[in-house]
Write a protein that binds this ligand. Structure first.
Ligand SMILES: Cc1ncc(COP(=O)(O)O)c(C=O)c1O
Length: 375
């Protein structure tokens, strides 16, 4: 266990179970057979702390990492000198000289980026590594049809580039029967046939749970590593990773007919006990949870009542006498997984995780330590 920030008076404690992340990595790898398994650690490992998460994954044997920005890659490099780091958002104009000395591998998303990277390779007199992304139907990043036509007509534009990977990204993989999956697979195959031979990568977390034809040479999971469910509507095989407990800073006895919170959006219909917890939307506890969220006092579910404030949220703990001032409510945990909280907030688990703020006392633990910490 290493405490990054620790304070006995913290408004909330966030525990990230590195052992669970490692277990999830092993589970994904076991589904992949001969396909290698990378890890997507962009956005500070989905809010969980790349500086702790990425080395844990490297210790599990992960040798390939994906981030979104060059700065994320540069921050990761000193921690993991040996691994390959890809930058998904591409090569920013003029950034080539920053990438090469740090062995950062850009994902080239346009012909202009191909040309700039190839020019660097020619200047250096050696082929510089890159991934090439093709757009297989998401219309977000990567070479489209017209650019592929041009590249296929002038393959020498890739001279100076060591093509480490041809990749694309699935738009609908969490829905296993979505027709886009097969359509993107078809388009990805067609694009690859027009490019020089190179290892291929298509699957994100959910793609790992599609047929093996989607796996290719390298999978790129993020969400499932962090405990999010990879298949919509199915029980999740992933281990929960995050536990968030909010401190009760006040419990008040409120009379019938009282308003709770901004906008007086909730009123008591009888005498109630209201617990105010020191977690709010400034911590990433989303305002859209107002009058919809649930927390747990021990085993008892307690509804969030009223609107979430910047630094506090209020819960009706009338039926949970164990909720007392100075104690904690479980906001995320085994009884209240990230995906369930996301559904209550009308969003996805990705947004819950990446919104996690930096005011929590964070603890990194493995599973055995968590049992002791939360007993
Ligand atoms: C290009 C790319 N590959 C892989 C991933 C990881 O996806 P997931 O978190 O769904 O596994 C992402 C995440 O957004 C991505 O943008």
């Amino acid at each position: 266990m290493s405490t990054i920030t620790g304070a006995p008076y913290a408004g909330a404690t966030l525990t990230v179970d590195l052992g669970a992340i490692r277990t999830n990595y092993r589970l994904l790898r076991s589904r992949l057979g001969a396909t290698a398994c990378a890890a997507v650690v962009k956005a500070d490992a989905y809010g969980l702390g790349a500086a702790a998460v990425a080395p844990a994954l490297a210790a599990e044997g992960c040798r390939t990492f994906f981030v979104a920005h060059l700065d994320e890659a540069l921050a990761l490099r000193p921690l993991l000198p040996e691994v390959e780091i890809f930058v998904l958002n591409g090569l920013a104009a003029g950034a080539e000289p920053e990438c090469a000395p740090h062995q950062v591998t850009p994902v080239l998303n346009s012909l202009a980026q191909v040309d700039a990277w190839a020019a660097l390779g020619r200047r250096l007199g050696r082929a510089v590594p890159a991934a090439l992304q093709v757009d297989s139907g998401m219309s977000r990043l990567g070479l489209g049809e017209a650019e592929l036509d041009k590249l296929a007509a002038s393959p020498e534009r890739l001279d100076g580039i060591q093509l480490r990977l041809v990749m694309s990204h699935l738009a609908c993989a969490e829905r296993q029967d979505h027709p886009m999956n097969r359509e993107q697979l078809r388009r990805f195959g067609a694009a690859r046939a027009r490019l020089p031979k190179a290892p291929a990568s298509l699957a994100n977390s959910s793609g790992i749970f599609l047929d093996p034809d989607f796996h290719f040479d390298l999978a790129r999971p993020g969400a499932a590593l962090y405990g999010l469910a990879p298949v919509a509507g199915a029980a999740s095989p992933m281990r929960p990773v995050v536990r968030l407990k909010g401190r009760i800073v006040q419990v008040r006895e409120v009379a019938a007919g009282a308003a709770v919170g901004y906008g007086a959006s909730w009123r008591t219909t009888g005498p109630r006990r209201i617990a105010t917890v020191a977690v709010g939307y400034a911590d990433g506890y989303l305002r859209s949870l107002g009058n919809r969220g649930t927390a747990f006092a021990g085993d008892a579910p307690v509804p969030l009542v009223g609107i979430v404030s910047m630094d506090t949220a209020t819960f009706d703990v009338t039926d949970a006498p164990q909720a007392v001032e100075g104690g904690f409510l479980e906001l995320i945990g085994p009884k209240n997984p990230v995906d369930a909280l996301a559904a209550e907030a009308g969003t996805i688990g990705y947004e819950i995780l990446t919104a996690i703020g930096d005011r929590y006392a964070r603890t990194y633990a493995d599973a055995a330590q968590i049992e002791r910490l939360t007993a």
